[in-house]
Design a protein around this ligand. Structure first.
Ligand SMILES: [Fe+2]
Length: 202
């Protein structure tokens, strides 16, 4: 939450974990629907990130309102989840389409808001996870396009810490200036599925 008299980005952590915010059984049903949908349209698993788009399967996910409440409390404004800014990711345990360090603000071209990273797989050392830089820069750093046209930091030399120990139902909130990347543990053998759900203030 923005605090009077202090910059929002100098003392706040770059991400927050909300254990058990969402219902695991509901998320597993959503995961099954997404697999069926993206298999049918021929995406899965040829590409790692797939926009949810107008099909908005995320709206089968009734407890999404909990994320909107958290976002509204954080930003002090009404913050619905935007399906046009949200995506499903299926990351293999390899570098294929893994994301180098970046800030979501670069891809979102300055759009305000928050990203909720919602694992649809348990996050441990057997699967890809997400890694964070612990400080928020408070600005958009220079980015370049990678081979898959993702915006990634022009200078990727940044210290990142991987996050482990998440269960389905746990949610990670990050800010649009938070530096983060895909992290593939050496011991990873399974795909990781996740949602990037973006709350955009109105
Ligand atoms: Fe990202």
């Amino acid at each position: 939450m923005r605090r009077a008299g202090r910059k929002a980005n100098d003392m706040t952590p770059s991400f927050k974990v909300f254990p058990g915010l969402l219902d695991p059984a509901e998320l597993k049903r959503v995961r099954t629907r997404l697999r069926i949908h993206f298999n049918r349209v021929g995406y899965f698993p040829k590409q790692s990130g797939i926009p949810l788009g107008r099909d908005a399967l995320v709206y089968l996910f009734t407890s999404v309102f909990r994320l909107e409440i958290v976002a509204s409390l954080e930003l002090g404004r009404n913050c619905p989840i935007s399906h046009t800014h949200s995506s499903y990711r299926c990351q293999p345990p390899t570098k294929f389409r893994s994301l180098a360090p970046h800030q979501d603000s670069a891809a979102l071209k300055g759009t305000e808001g928050l990203t909720f990273w919602v694992p649809l797989s348990p996050i441990n050392r057997l699967r890809p996870t997400i890694a964070f830089h612990d400080k928020r820069p408070g600005t958009v750093l220079p980015h370049i396009q990678d081979d898959a046209q993702y915006a990634v930091l022009a200078d990727p030399r940044v210290a990142l810490t991987p996050l482990y120990g998440l269960a389905i139902g746990d949610v990670v909130m990050l800010y649009h200036d938070t530096i983060h990347a895909t992290h593939i543990p050496r011991t990873a053998v399974f795909y990781r599925e996740s949602l990037d759900l973006r709350a955009i203030p109105q």
